[in-house]
Design a protein around this ligand. Structure first.
Ligand code: FE
Length: 299
């Protein structure tokens, strides 16, 4: 079994051009959970909280993932990609040696709700060619589970569902072998899944609350909290993780639990980071800043 070892409260912060965010990974509370470097939630109905967006900025040495629940973001990058991502879409960008991009809200009212996740690249791939995977919501597999017809969306990796049915996400070919699931759990249901042994695992609750663990030990995790899972049982090949929505909320509109589950293989390499660059040494980091300053980052 995988049990919750720590619960992190997301911290309100500003990112980009004054965008209000809630940061869990990459905050003072938790600098990283190897290979995850950052996790931000953007959620606001106030246009002033998001309208500034994320104007042109560089990245090198890792991957940035944007997943939207509501609203629309327009993106543009130095590799020539351009488009709009909306509710349910995911964009998995491998910055590699360098990319310069912008992400701007394509709406002047209404709610903007989504996530930004940073996943580290191994030393051998930090200077690889950039790659871009944009997946429209319709292409993302959805599987129902439980008696109350809960739904899991397989964003990345492989999910083994009820009756052992294997569902592969659309995002593929990532060395850290990430699993990313958007789980919407109706009251009374539980999701049971096996994670590869040794993979780091965390679950962010974005709606309602969810119990994580089994009858022996479970932790109730609320919205805007991130649960970090321990290593589990070393005698087994896989470790089981259980996420349930058993908690009876006083407000019936809060009956659904929304959870973003992420796991991946730790890299166990030195992390030297500043701003938009994540490298393995001080020298590589300085090189990234210099390359950006002299217009060589994307060459
Ligand atoms: Fe970015």
């Amino acid at each position: 079994m995988r049990y919750v070892e720590q619960v992190i409260d997301a911290q309100a912060a500003k990112e980009g051009d004054g965008v209000s965010i809630y940061r869990s990974v990459g905050s003072n509370n938790l600098t990283e959970l190897d290979p995850f470097l950052l996790l931000d939630e953007i959620k606001s109905d106030e246009v002033s909280d998001y309208i500034g967006g994320f104007p042109s900025h560089p990245h090198r040495g890792f991957e940035t993932v944007t997943y939207m629940l509501e609203g629309q973001m327009q993106h543009k990058d130095s590799v020539g990609n351009e488009g709009v991502i909306g509710a349910g879409d995911i964009q998995w960008m491998t910055a590699g040696s360098g990319i310069i991009h912008s992400e701007m809200p394509k709406q002047k009212e209404g709610r903007l709700w989504g996530f930004q996740l940073w996943v580290n690249l191994p030393a051998s791939e930090k200077m690889r060619a950039p790659r871009y995977q944009e997946i429209n919501s319709q292409r993302i597999p959805e599987v129902s589970f439980g008696a109350q017809h809960s739904v899991v969306r397989v964003l990345a990796g492989e999910y083994i569902g009820e009756q052992g049915i294997k569902i592969e996400g659309v995002v593929k070919g990532i060395t850290t072998d990430p699993l990313m699931l958007d789980i919407k759990i109706a009251q009374g249901d539980s999701l049971v899944l096996d994670l590869p042994k040794g993979h780091a695992a965390m679950a962010y609750v974005y709606e309602g609350s969810a119990e994580m663990g089994d009858d022996l030990a479970s932790t109730l995790v609320y919205a805007q909290q991130l649960a970090l899972f321990g290593d589990g049982d070393h005698a087994n090949e896989d470790d089981t993780l259980i996420i349930s929505n058993k908690h009876v909320a006083s407000d019936s509109s809060q009956n659904m639990a929304g959870v973003l589950l992420m796991s991946a293989m730790p890299l166990n390499e030195p992390i030297v980071r500043a701003g938009p660059f994540v490298m393995n040494s001080r020298q590589e980091l300085e090189q990234a800043f210099e390359d950006y300053r002299f217009g060589r980052l994307t060459q």
